[in-house]
Design a binder for this molecule. Structure first.
Ligand code: UDP
Length: 359
């Protein structure tokens, strides 16, 4: 069958059920949904985004769905069963999709949840799954593998290292990610401060960045949603003398302004980060990234060129890298973001993925 790639597609994007878009609870998925939706609309496709009630997505068309939010998958243990609340927003979003599926060429699932994978065989409209995390639980591994075997073209990952956490991952495509780089201003004259950006939750390893601030005395700006209040309080109590400033969860415009003034951004995940949106956002502002050699950031940061990769969980390794930070050309960081991670490049890769599924 030949496919007319000049045709406009009718696309239904289904967001994560862990929080409304714009709340920060969905982590990087929120910006990924926004960016891909914006780019697909710019390319002339028709599109709606199904998301939990109270979602905010600029001028993009949202179908808001009520219901109880889902617990984030990263809080689950390896052999935990699948749990869903009674009036689950996840189920309600997919019930909506079931009812309108005949109006669409393709449904795109952005949720790292069991139900959409399970439903793949029951829908007549094809479902593309953009997988936003690495392997976490047996139940999720099993259902993703089933879909990957039955619909191999319909699965995509963000990075190779993320894909490799699944036994079947290496056969599938990687999309990376892409950003509207016009929203990020290049800053060539940083202040003497470091940045840390992300959800404040144990898997993100904020405490190591705070330890760096305490040992070196270099101020650390922290930006992001406090997802785990207890974890945050533990850090505050443990590092009483660390020169840190918590700036809250900021919209992109303010985020890039604060981040741009940092002499480096620290990325200290304990888990295999699927990609690491904030790495590209930092590079776009010209900010070098010092990251643990683990997960997506280790694929993005060019060691010695756009930052440094250090031994995972080594606070001293981070400190050694900070001493060398002036060797990094901030212009090269900005150029790397432009070359590899523009929204257009991501749009090309994503559109190609959609056409391949439909061919
Ligand atoms: N973010 C934001 N404002 C903040 C801090 C973070 O909008 O103050 C966003 C950031 O733009 C990024 C996301 O939060 O898109 C974090 O995504 P990332 O992929 O780095 O990590 P995840 O949360 O998915 O593990």
């Amino acid at each position: 069958m030949t496919i007319n790639t000049a045709k406009s597609l009718n696309l239904l994007f289904i967001s994560s059920p862990v929080g409304p878009l714009g709340s920060g609870m969905g982590g990087g998925v929120e910006l990924t949904v926004k960016n891909i939706a914006q780019e697909m609309l710019r390319r002339g496709h028709n599109l709606k985004v199904v998301a939990p009630q109270d979602s905010v997505l600029g001028t993009l068309p949202i179908i808001a769905i009520a219901g109880e939010l889902q617990t984030s998958a990263q809080t689950q243990l390896n052999n935990d069963p699948i749990i869903m609340p009674g009036n689950a927003v996840l189920a309600n979003m997919w019930d909506y999709a079931r009812q309108v599926q005949a109006d669409y060429d393709l449904i795109v699932n952005f949720a790292y949840d069991w139900l959409p994978f399970y439903l793949s065989s029951f829908f007549t409209c094809p479902i593309a799954h953009l997988i936003s995390m690495g392997s976490l639980t047996d139940a999720m591994d099993q259902i993703i593998e089933q879909v990957a075997n039955k619909f191999p073209k319909n699965i995509a990952f963000h990075s190779r290292v993320q894909a490799a956490t699944f036994s079947f991952g290496n056969q599938h495509r990687c999309l990376g990610n892409g950003f509207d780089l016009s929203l990020y201003n290049f800053c060539n004259k940083p202040d003497n401060c470091l940045g840390w950006v992300g959800r404040i939750a144990p898997e993100k390893g904020l405490e190591d960045a705070v330890a760096v601030a305490e040992i070196t005395g270099i101020p650390l700006k922290i930006l992001g949603k406090i997802q785990d209040e207890e974890y945050w309080q533990q850090i505050c109590q443990k590092y009483l003398n660390a020169p840190v400033k918590y700036l809250g969860f900021l919209p992109t415009k303010q985020l890039q302004k604060e981040l741009g003034k940092c002499k480096a951004m620290l990325v200290t995940p304990r888990w295999v980060e699927a990609f690491g949106n904030v790495v590209i956002e930092a590079l776009a502002c010209g900010v070098p990234v010092i990251a643990y050699r683990r997960g997506g950031p280790s694929e993005i940061v060019a060691d010695g060129k756009t930052g440094f990769l250090v031994e995972p969980d080594s606070v001293m390794g981070l400190i050694e890298a900070i001493k060398k930070i002036d060797e990094i050309d901030r212009d090269a960081c900005h150029q790397e973001a432009e070359r590899e991670y523009s929204i257009m490049a991501m749009g090309d890769r994503t559109e190609q993925w959609f056409w391949d599924i439909l061919s």
